[in-house]
Design a protein. Structure first.
Length: 340
């Protein structure tokens, strides 16, 4: 079985008999090593002691007095959040249960990076044994922002953070006007667009996030995203769904939609209310999909046997910020549905 996404930290967790991931001292230690929790050089002795004791025993109880003793207000806030988050992860039946609760009740003051990391971990678990690199590349949208561009008439997606780093690194190289003029135009620098000839190389560089997704021109890329959505919902909710991409919403009796990001939600709301779309809204739509829940007994009666439409779009900055929690909170399940 091929390895992928080592950086997710899945090797620091333990899989329970129910198939979900369990927090371990090693996982908590990885959080403690984050820059936000590493005491600065001028940290007070109380913070240095607290950090050292938790590194030695990540599950060690932390009293309110331990945090109140910290001199810096920001440090007290960071440590209060971290200890509460740690205790929640450890007490939960699984990391999946924590994520579902956050999706349904709201993440509150949880920094987005922590929600993305949880998603990364859980999705790695859900995709265990997956042998389709197109699915794995599409799954990166769930926890990595993407930059969209149209190149030679085809819509491409590349990792936004990788592109930013690449542009900074090349800034000096192309500082000369002559060099910039002679440089051949490329969509995303030297990054490879995934196709059948190079898809096999994904396994050796899955943590680099350096392959471009041809979502506009390669049916396998679009199908990969649909399969990931199916796997995500099945893993977190135990609900079987079928997802297919569509060119447009021609349904005159559509009952429900889920915006897969804030822009998709905005566009969907405008369509739902019969309002006029922004001038470039159609150009910013990345994907339209139709989702069908297999067991209609689980479906909200307002939807019945009708499909659910999914809308993914980019912002004005052409960045795609998919929110996988919307699929959990927005799925039209009956209040009597027993899902977990």
């Amino acid at each position: 079985m091929r390895e992928f996404w080592v950086a997710s930290g899945h090797h620091l967790t333990r899989r329970g008999d129910h198939g979900g991931l369990l927090a371990t001292p090693e996982l908590i230690m990885a959080y403690l090593a984050r820059p936000e929790l590493m005491p600065p050089a001028d940290a007070c002795p109380a913070e240095l002691r607290l950090h050292a004791r938790l590194l030695a025993d990540p599950l060690r109880p932390v009293a309110a007095a331990d945090i109140a003793a910290l001199a810096d207000a920001d440090a007290r806030e960071n440590w209060t959040f971290m200890v509460n988050f740690r205790d929640r992860l450890v007490a939960a039946p699984s990391l999946e249960a924590v994520y579902v609760a956050l999706a349904r009740k709201g993440a509150g003051d949880l920094p987005p990076i922590f929600l993305s990391q949880l998603c990364h971990l859980i999705l790695r678990n859900a995709l265990e044994g997956c042998d389709d690199p197109y699915m794995l590349r599409a799954a990166e949208l769930f926890f990595r922002s993407q930059l969209a561009t149209v190149h030679d008439g085809t819509l491409l997606l590349a990792d936004a953070e990788v592109i930013e780093a690449q542009q900074l690194a090349q800034a000096d190289i192309h500082s000369s006007p002559l060099t910039a003029m002679l440089a051949p135009p490329k969509a995303f620098g030297e990054m490879d667009v995934m196709d059948d000839d190079n898809a096999w190389t994904y396994w050796s560089r899955s943590d680099a996030h350096a392959m471009v997704m041809n979502i506009g021109g390669n049916p396998k890329a679009r199908a990969g995203l649909a399969r990931v959505i199916e796997r995500w919902i099945a893993h977190l909710l135990g609900v079987a769904v079928e997802v297919e991409t569509v060119a447009s919403i021609e349904d005159r009796d559509w009952r429900w939609f889920i915006g897969l990001d804030s822009e998709g939600t905005k566009i969907g709301n405008a369509l739902w209310n019969g309002a006029e779309l922004e001038s470039n809204a159609a150009e910013r739509i990345i994907a339209l999909m139709r989702l069908t829940i297999g067991d209609t007994r689980l479906v909200d009666e307002r939807v019945g046997t009708r499909p659910v439409y999914l809308i993914l779009a980019s912002g004005a900055d052409r960045v795609v910020r998919l929110k996988p929690q919307n699929l959990i909170a927005g799925l039209p399940l009956a209040t009597t549905a027993n899902v977990a």
